[in-house]
Write a new protein. Structure first.
Length: 213
């Protein structure tokens, strides 16, 4: 049990029972970007991917925070080894969950991947982090970042990295408070809408390595 600012909560590895919360929190993490890529069925697609092993959206890579048995927040993350190993398997899993719609959306996935989601050697990539509005301000997101750092130490990860939309000022402020810094801005246009992202990075607490960009 973690106690933070008089609130108590528990960080747990995700289980199949968490699929609905995972899918909803995924959309909270990027409410326009993800539906633009995955379409109107995004919620059901994320549930499907969550339940499949060995893909980058799997529950294998998710931790949730629960308060009195209720999920309040989640993080999806993986290291560079996992990214290399599961990239192709993720595409196959997406095809299984999306059917032929996956083929039609491949150009969108490629364009999105041109500015987000790349993972360099030595990095632990935080793909998605989200908290339900009623649970915000309790320290759940900060606790999950600390959990990612614990896992980074186990895997030998030197840096935590993430992509955040430039207009998401609250998230950027949180990440900066936790030690992340902006190293790059990128953009892409999807369905006539332009999206701007900051790549943010933080040296893992156990690392003394100087990272070169």
């Amino acid at each position: 049990m973690t106690i933070h600012n008089s609130y108590s909560f528990l960080i747990e590895k995700a289980t199949p029972h968490d699929k609905d919360d995972f899918a909803r929190l995924m959309l909270i993490s990027a409410p326009i970007f993800l539906p633009t890529i995955f379409g109107k069925r995004a919620l059901s697609i994320f549930k499907c991917l969550f339940l499949k092993h060995a893909n980058l959206f799997s529950m294998d890579h998710v931790y949730v925070v629960k308060s009195e048995g209720t999920v309040g927040s989640m993080v999806l993350f993986y290291d560079w080894h996992t990214k290399e190993k599961e990239d192709i398997r993720t595409g196959l899993s997406m095809f299984c969950c999306m059917g032929v719609d996956f083929l039609a959306r491949i150009p969108l996935f490629i364009k999105a991947g041109s500015c987000t989601g790349y993972v360099r050697k030595g990095e632990i990539y935080i793909s998605n982090l989200a908290t339900y509005p009623k649970f915000r301000g309790r320290g759940m997101a900060s606790a999950l970042i600390a959990k990612v750092e614990e896992e980074a130490k186990k895997s030998g990860g030197k840096y935590l990295s993430l992509d955040v939309e430039v207009e998401n000022a609250d998230a950027i402020k949180l990440y900066q408070r936790l030690g992340f810094r902006i190293i790059k801005e990128s953009s892409t246009t999807l369905k006539n809408r332009q999206f701007f992202f900051y790549r943010m990075i933080k040296k893992s607490n156990h690392s003394s390595k100087v990272y070169k960009f």
